[in-house]
Design a protein around this ligand. Structure first.
Ligand code: FMN
Length: 172
């Protein structure tokens, strides 16, 4: 099987997961921004970081939804939120249009508060200010609690074990 692992990663976690998938499968690994075509691949996996509830890189899959028909296509999202049903249910809402129903896998990522890009630092400060005014019981999305707990800290929850369900699915 010819496969392509695309990644869309601001801070390197999704790229690292993509490379681990590449090692385990022999699939070609490539930044989504540099992907020329998905046509020749039988399997396409997108590894995307999660930012404010959105999975990065989905636009490329949406744009190519028609070409992806009949291929094995899945998304692996990396975020700080706990790996549980609430997180995956919320992230599945990103899979709309031609991507509705494709398998979504999830693994926890990492962040270094001190190394955030300027725009992200600004956004996070804004978000933190907004959420700090609410009681945790009023948070609308599962990621908000984790965001507040991680704000100002360095965290690394990456673990190759998160890839096992995806690798199992690829073999099935
Ligand atoms: C601006 C910003 C927003 C984020 N929003 C979320 C979020 O909504 N949910 C989540 O689980 N993690 C969130 N994170 C954490 C990232 O998903 C985590 O750092 C992930 O490892 C990023 O992937 P990357 O290293 O491939 O860029 C956010 C991080 C940043 C910088």
């Amino acid at each position: 099987m010819q496969g392509l692992v695309l990644y869309c990663s601001k801070y390197g976690t999704s790229k690292a997961y993509a490379e681990l998938i590449g090692e385990a499968t022999g699939f070609t690994v490539c930044a989504a921004a540099n992907a020329r075509t998905v046509q020749s691949a039988d399997a396409v996996i997108l590894c995307g970081g999660v930012y404010a509830g959105k999975i990065a890189g989905l636009r490329l899959l949406k744009k190519n939804a028609a070409k992806l028909q009949g291929k094995k296509v899945a998304v692996f999202a990396a975020g700080l939120s706990p790996a549980d049903e609430g997180t995956t249910a919320a992230l599945k809402r990103n899979l709309t249009g031609g991507l509705a129903g494709i398998p979504l896998f999830y693994g926890r990522g990492a962040w270094k508060s001190g190394s955030l890009k300027t725009g992200d630092r600004f956004l996070c400060r804004l978000l933190h200010g907004m959420l700090a005014k609410k009681d945790a019981s009023q948070y609308e999305e599962p990621w908000m609690q984790t965001f507040m707990e991680s704000y100002g800290k360095d965290c690394d929850f990456t673990d190759r074990q998160y890839l096992l369900p995806l690798l199992e699915w690829l073999r099935s």
